[in-house]
Design a protein around this ligand. Sequence first.
Ligand code: NDP
Length: 507
Amino acid sequence: MGSAATNISSATTITSINPATGEALGEVPVMTPEQVKAAVDAARAAQRDWAKLPIETRCRRVAKFADVLMSRAEETIDLLVREAGKTRLEALGMEVIITADLTRYFVKHAPEMLEPEPIPLHLMKHRASYLHFVPRGVVGVIAPWNFPFSIPLGETIMALIAGNGVVIKPSEVTPLIALKAKELYLAAELPPDLLQVVTGRGPTGAALIDSGIDYCVFTGSVATGKKVAVACGERLIPCTLELGGKAPAIVCGDADLERAAQAIVWGGFANSGQVCASVERVYAVDSIHDALVERVVKHAKEVRQGDASHSQDVDMGAMSWDQQVNNVEKLVDAAAGAGAKVETGGKRKPGAGMFFEPTVLSGCKQEMDVMRKEIFGPVIPIMRVQTEDEAVKLANDSHLGLLAYVFTRDRERGKRLAERIEAGTVMINDVLNTYGCPETPWGGVKQSGIGRTHSIIGLRDMCETRHVNYDRVALGREVWWYPYKEGTFRALLRGARLLFGKRPWQR
Ligand code: NDP
């Protein structure tokens, strides 16, 4: 429930608001369950013909979406800046380029990734098996407001290429961007009904799950993810859940401190800290702790915050959602009250617009909420640790496990530490960026979610994996069929002993 929406939950429209100025940008309908069902049915009807096209044809047609997106990049960026409070560079890099690259990547590689895959059979050599990948039907994509373009569009492109229809439910905070995506899609001359956008609030998302979709890709909070899992479970619809994160950054004694400090500042503040992979807590070993804090604070103070719609020279835009500003303020106040030192920032900016100052906290303790709960705002809490082992233990002391970061000059040491951290992805000497690598899987462990998006795994999840088993050699009958005979039993036992019993060298 964002301020971007009217506060009356029964209202039939949502007013989209510019979070940097408070200006109203437009209205969208709150779609009823009947309208959502009609959208799913229309996508399904269009999907039947789409699925019949060879995948190469689907790829060729989807490729045009990237062309249109790049030729209309400025208008897409303008809207991302105005509706989501982003900076222009972030709108370009984290939304437009990521989506165009993902499109190009899957257009090029999906035909091979979805080729039938033979399975060598272990025992039954006279038979053979293969997997083939069949579109699921209609994929429901329920999306958050923090990356309102690249998240739903990434899922949509993969789903379409795999032969599905798609219905997107955007966040009520950023509906206009989803409608812009549909406009670009139509300009790419893709089948109009195959992609639908249903606008509304939470109940519209719930209605989507209840409208006969075949697969749900949900990205959002842990709390809503649990509701989505229950709703999908009741209907036995498979789902992928991309949920919250609390990414730790471990800074080792041998780290390149300047690189680590810059990465932490960017990783903590990019998109105003509203990234599921944001650096949400830093564990710095004692030997470099003070020097690291000094550098992080220095870089944090250099971050220029403001309304990016009037200037390219803004590093951090507005937060997208007023409730999020309240959450951040509460967490920072509580940490300061419990003894953390506010090194810089620490409060919301007065006046119109949803801005929270870029904030660095030192002296944090593991039991503080700021170290345990997802902040989802521009706050970097730092804690001193004695050893890397302590840092790994504390990093794993979390109910979340999406991303994690390790800074060290020793690559092998970095890998050893990375493999001990409970997270879907661990990056060494870098932050955030693998979301922009469509070839790598994205997703969390523990309560950060279920399943993976992107990569061959995410693409194949857009399909039902079906198995065909056939005969390589034509036999009249199998030896273990009826009638059962003593001779058959003895022959099978002899054969099994030869195959599975101890080998002479093991005796
Ligand atoms: P929410 O969980 O509040 O909402 C996500 C989407 O679900 C929105 O479209 C929302 O609609 C919709 N929704 C709400 N209630 C229901 C329901 N009962 N059934 C179906 N859909 C529903 O998340 P936010 O939008 O606040 O996003 C922020 C969260 O997303 C953070 O926790 C962040 O970490 C996570 N996230 C995870 C990512 C990942 O890859 N793992 C990436 C990006 C964000 P509405 O907004 O209209 O209420």
